[in-house]
Design a protein around this ligand. Structure first.
Ligand code: PHE
Length: 347
């Protein structure tokens, strides 16, 4: 104990005698006394040799010494005008700040948000579902049982599941799986809009990709009719493409809707006169739709005798390409900043 006290006295006088205004010397001081292998640490370690009855007193002395060494360091540092690690002399506060460029939204997000906001104004809520899905939610529930030929309309990526997996897993081919989840989860009235990424095993080219984005909608209640479907989509189109745009429905086929239709709008590039975009027809196809098939309602636990509903689905890439004059779908997923920074607003 006596040894220890002497040692501390000796150290204290050494510290008292020391003074510097040089940064390097100050750092040498810090390493010597306060560093992880410094003398303060070392002498603290001697506590374990102090007899039990003197530990209290020794502890106090050691702590004081530690503080003494630290205070000395801080005083010298302050005297040199240093603040928190950086010497003030290093910082010229009159220099202009670093340029911090703002990011921009991805054109797909802009288009998706625009579509969503129109339907939100009609009271649709946004629902999202899983991208890795089981075969039942993506196909079977939607009136496409196993071996149904309509499954081939959407080339599917299957996910290799363990041998013991009772179900087939896949990457969803449309966001209709979310509508199935919503129907199972809640009771009518149901009014949801389902945005998300979908996958199809297609050759990647300027016009098609193996993943893309969709926004689908679903409305189920008592007495919902095809007239409601048309009115909803009219509203959407006018908001999206302007008051003057014309609309036409063509009969179509989807296993999960009956009757089914595809909706075209008069070409908003040439105004219907005929251009490359509309392939000289004056019309651009923008979505598929129809009345929800009673089998689908039944599969999802909704009484088809009491409720009816409509559904629709559209891609996001194509309207975005038309709106921004983008001629290659691959640009969306290449993450080239020169491409991405050109987009600021969807309006
Ligand atoms: N799920 C269809 C598709 O991806 C789109 C669709 C949705 C059509 C709802 C009709 C009704 O092709």
């Amino acid at each position: 104990m006596q040894d220890l006290l002497q040692k501390i006295e000796h150290f204290k006088s050494e510290i008292s005698a020391f003074s510097t205004t040089d940064e390097k010397q100050l750092e040498t001081y810090r390493i010597k006394w306060l560093g992880t292998k410094g003398l303060v640490k070392e002498i603290m370690g001697e506590m374990k040799n102090v007899p039990v009855e003197q530990k209290r007193e020794a502890g106090q002395v050691l702590n004081e010494f530690k503080q003494f060494a630290e205070t000395k360091y801080n005083e010298m540092r302050e005297a040199m005008g240093a603040t928190d690690g950086a010497a003030a002399s290093d910082t010229d506060l009159t220099l202009p700040g670093d340029d911090m460029p703002l990011g921009s939204r991805h054109p797909i997000s802009l288009m998706r948000n625009k579509i969503i906001s129109i339907f939100q104004r009609l009271g649709f809520a946004v629902a999202e579902g899983p991208e890795i899905e089981d075969d039942w939610h993506n196909f079977t529930a939607l009136n496409m049982p196993e071996h149904h030929p309509a499954r081939d309309m959407q080339d599917t990526f299957y996910v290799e599941a363990g041998k013991n997996s009772a179900v087939d897993w896949l990457l969803r081919t449309h966001t209709s799986n979310t509508q199935v989840h919503e129907m199972q989860r809640s009771k009518p009235p149901i009014r949801v809009i389902c945005p998300g990424r979908v996958y199809r095993n297609e050759t990647i080219s300027a016009r098609s990709h193996c993943f893309f984005h969709q926004v689908e909608g679903l409305y189920i209640d008592e007495n919902v009719s095809f007239a409601d479907l048309k009115q909803t989509l009219y509203f959407f189109v006018k908001e999206m493409y302007g008051k003057d745009v014309k609309v036409r429905f063509r009969p179509s086929y989807f296993p999960f809707t009956e009757p089914s239709a595809e909706m075209d709008v008069s070409c908003f590039i040439c105004g219907g006169e005929g251009c490359n975009i509309c392939k000289k027809t004056g019309w651009v196809e923008i979505l598929g739709c129809g009345m929800v098939h009673p089998n689908v309602l039944q599969n999802c636990g909704i009484d088809p005798n009491k409720y009816t509903g409509f559904a629709f689905g559209m891609g996001v890439e194509r309207p975005a390409m038309l709106k921004y004059g983008i001629n290659d779908i691959r640009l969306f997923s290449e993450n080239d900043v020169r491409f991405l920074k050109q987009f600021t607003s969807a309006t």
